[in-house]
Design a protein around this ligand. Structure first.
Ligand code: GLN
Ligand code: ZN
Length: 771
């Protein structure tokens, strides 16, 4: 039974960034981890951030009860849900305290691991660059309400005069995102634990109601994804879950949110439950059919018309039209964002360095709050929003014709492309030419690109930005660093060298700063995971390269050694995925523009004497659409853009690519389709499992399954690497095999890196001797 019957707020955000405008939470949490502030100080900082956000959203117009989303998190919203369910994997031993609660230290242990235990695995949240911690469940996992953080946060805001809307991941999504723990029997499905987690949700709902919450938000984005679990099973789980939750003795009214795509059939399933409001993503998805909407009865339909995942100003006229269509078919309508705005920065107004015109095209979280408010007032009284809608229409029109958005020279080039531009000579021909040019030993050793980014390097860059270090001084320091990295690899005995990437702040931003069509922000940080944030660049116009970018650095590095030096570039899909990418043309078009810029860079690298060039595509998997029907189209254009970038290379130039993960699964054909001469992939954490996929697929070109897990400070022993390599040679012909770490070394320290890299070479020598 619901205690309060306040209507769902006419305007709200689905979620909001929680790191703070100046990354205050990051700083506080990291200080706590480092032991420089205590728990009380961390708690005070967290409260301050929550209240500042709530007040800010009220100032922006989200004043109705439950309009401010309670999406604060110390680390991750999925981990928060794990904490509330007490779902601590048995391998962590007894992590709950005497009161049966998971305190903050226990919570951080799950996130960061301890001496004995690896942390929970991390993986991407839907099609975003946000990473969540994967719950590990087994048949024995016990569930109890082991945290009341959500209740306490709500109570604190309420005591300060603001009724927020607590957020938690919904039960079906929680279980679909979970993985079976290592000790679970084969075939165990986390969804089979539904009945056991529901009572804990019910207790949480009762506590929230007792604290005065009028609304709670249960997030069910897994329902917009094609899952491996049969749809009928998911439908049954949804029906059962919300039957139990809505029958709680006392509870807030329930909003179920379904961001990141179209609900399709699950809309009917949710409509048939007794929930009080349903959010759907009508930015990415379309307006559902009248019949589907009619099923909602008297539930409030929360229309996510404003994009929460990208930074472009909303086409308010188009959104108003969608709202009109929805209004005709559904009962009460409220306005919101398609997803949480946790994926976009706080406030465009802070980016004073951006050109005025570009700024006018953008909407960050705070601007989105105002857009939502405007659209809600449109629903109440269309005339009241007319001026704002007209202004948005005019600004969007100005964007279409602004200088640099569509360039004739760029368009002429992409329009003239033919199949030949995407195709290299047959692999056998290339392999022979490369053998001739490179003379590599069997099992060649290499690294993925970056070497440790020391505090000296970062501070030199900061001082250069502030003008305290001249460009010449900065460049000299970077050259010194490159020399040190090259000398180290020579001393260790590596076969194909890298320059270490010290001059790059970030593998995408570096290129964005050196290509036309991009701009970068100063305060535009978004959370990537935990306390880690990235600052995506803005890709707003047609992309071209006005001058070589990496050539001088590569040439210098090559001059220091007689071994081949790898040129190092970031691929088109990754540039798109890790930027805020323009939304006014198909991604395929933008990807090809980036591909052509890289193609020019590769030609210049070749001319400068570089014989091996790596084009990183760690984001290839990330942009894979959530619906299977959309996979083929995506895989076609993404693979094509890589081929366009690389197919101009000479036969004798060895093209490498690097992917950060080993879940080959659905994309192995695409990876093969990249037609790179050598592909390096993650394999250490998954104990070389990937070689089975390579074998059964018949992968025929060079491949470097990583033998050193660089995501942890742990040094892999010589014996361990020897074993991994011995496994690999059993499944992959040795002439195809390369030896390398899992990923770049930029987050590691020098001591552990040196020792690890040394062990890789020793192990390689042992395995080579046995070939
Ligand atoms: N070349 C990059 C590096 O080594 C690759 C990073 C990545 O895959 N994320 O840092
Ligand atoms: Zn990587």
């Amino acid at each position: 039974m619901t205690e309060k019957n306040t209507p769902f707020p006419s305007a709200s955000l689905l979620g909001y960034p929680r790191i703070g405008r100046r990354r205050e939470l990051k700083k506080a949490v990291e200080a706590y981890w480092a032991g420089t502030i205590d728990a009380a100080a961390l708690d005070a900082a967290a409260k301050d951030i929550q209240l500042t956000i709530a007040k800010r959203l009220q100032v922006l117009g989200l004043t109705e009860a439950a309009a401010v989303p309670g999406t604060f998190s110390y680390y991750d919203q999925v981990l928060d849900t794990t904490a509330h369910l007490g779902a601590v994997p048995a391998r962590f031993g007894k992590l709950l305290n005497a009161e049966g609660q998971l305190d903050l230290d226990g919570y951080f242990t799950l996130a960061r691991g301890n001496k004995e235990q690896q942390p929970l695995e991390m993986t991407k949240w839907f099609d975003t660059n946000y990473h969540y911690l994967v719950p590990e469940l087994g048949p024995e996992t016990e569930f109890t309400l082991a945290s009341t953080a959500k209740v306490d946060e709500f109570a604190y805001a309420l005591a300060n005069g603001i009724e927020t809307r607590p957020y938690i991941v919904g039960p079906v999504t929680y279980l679909l995102l979970s993985k079976a723990s290592d000790d679970a029997p084969a075939g165990f499905a986390p969804l089979s634990r539904l009945e056991d987690i529901l009572p804990v949700y019910v207790r949480l709902l009762e506590k929230l109601a007792a604290a005065g919450a009028g609304w709670v938000q249960l997030d069910e984005p897994a329902l917009v994804v094609d899952q491996d679990t049969p749809a009928a099973e998911i439908e049954a789980a949804v029906a059962r879950a919300y039957e139990v939750l809505t029958a709680a003795a006392t509870r807030p009214q329930i909003l179920v949110s379904t961001p990141y795509g179209t609900l399709d059939n699950q809309l009917g399933t949710l409509a048939a439950t007794n929930i009080d409001a349903l959010h759907i993503d009508v930015f990415k998805g379309g307006v559902p059919s009248e019949a589907a909407l009619a099923g909602l009865g008297n539930k409030t339909l929360v229309a996510g018309v404003v994009d929460g995942h990208n930074i472009w100003r909303n086409d308010l006229a188009a959104s108003a039209a969608k709202l009109d269509a929805l209004k005709g078919a559904a009962g009460r309508i409220a306005v919101s964002t398609s997803t949480s705005t946790q994926h976009v920065p706080h406030d465009v107004v802070e980016e004073t360095q951006l050109p005025e015109q570009l700024r006018s095209w953008l909407a960050f979280s705070d601007q989105k709050a105002v857009e939502v408010k405007t659209l809600a007032s449109y629903l109440a009284d269309p005339a009241s929003a007319k001026a704002a809608i007209d202004e948005a229409t005019a600004v969007i029109a100005s964007r279409a014709t602004a200088e640099g958005v569509r360039r004739a020279d760029v368009r002429a080039r992409t329009e003239a492309l033919t199949a030949a531009d995407f195709t290299r000579a047959e692999y056998g021909v290339r392999a022979a030419a490369q053998e001739e040019a490179l003379h590599l030993p069997p099992l060649p050793t290499t690294t993925i690109g970056s070497f440790p980014q020391t505090s000296e390097i970062r501070s030199a860059r900061a001082r250069n930005t502030k003008g305290e270090l001249s460009d010449e001084q900065y460049q000299q320091l970077m050259k010194d660093e490159i020399k040190r990295v090259v000398d180290l690899q020579e001393e260790l005995g590596y076969d194909v060298l890298v320059h270490g990437e010290p001059e790059r702040n970030d593998m995408v931003q570096y290129f964005a700063e050196n290509l036309e069509g991009f701009d970068v922000t100063v305060h535009g940080w978004v959370q990537s995971y935990g306390s880690r944030c990235t600052r995506p660049s803005i890709l707003w116009g047609d992309v071209t390269r006005s001058a070589p970018i990496t050539v001088e650095w590569a040439k210098y590095a090559q001059s220091l050694t007689s071994k081949p030096m790898k040129g190092m570039l970031t691929g088109p899909v990754t540039v798109l995925a890790w930027s805020f990418v323009r939304d006014d043309q198909p991604l395929a078009e933008t990807a090809n523009q980036v591909g052509l810029a890289l193609r020019d860079e590769i030609a210049d690298l070749e001319a400068a004497g570089i014989k091996v060039i790596q084009v990183d595509e760690p984001a290839l998997r990330e942009l894979l659409p959530l619906r299977k029907a959309d996979h083929a189209d995506y895989l076609k254009w993404s693979v094509d853009s890589f081929r366009l970038a690389t197919a101009g290379a000479k036969d004798a130039t060895q093209i490498h690519t690097h992917l950060c993960y080993s879940e080959f699964g659905v994309i192995i054909d695409a990876i093969d389709g990249l037609d790179a001469d050598v592909t390096s992939i993650e394999a250490a954490r998954s104990r070389m499992e990937v070689v089975h996929d390579l074998e059964s697929h018949g992968f025929g070109r060079g491949v470097g399954p990583g033998v050193y897990d660089i995501h942890s400070p742990r040094v892999p022993g010589e014996q361990e690497v020897t074993e991994l390599l011995s496994t690999a040679v059993k499944h992959v012909p040795s002439r195809q095999l390369w030896v390398n770490p899992d990923c770049g070394l930029k987050t590691r320290g020098y001591a552990e890196t040196e020792e690890s890299l040394r062990n890789l070479v020793k192990a390689t020598r042992t395995v080579r001797a046995e070939l």
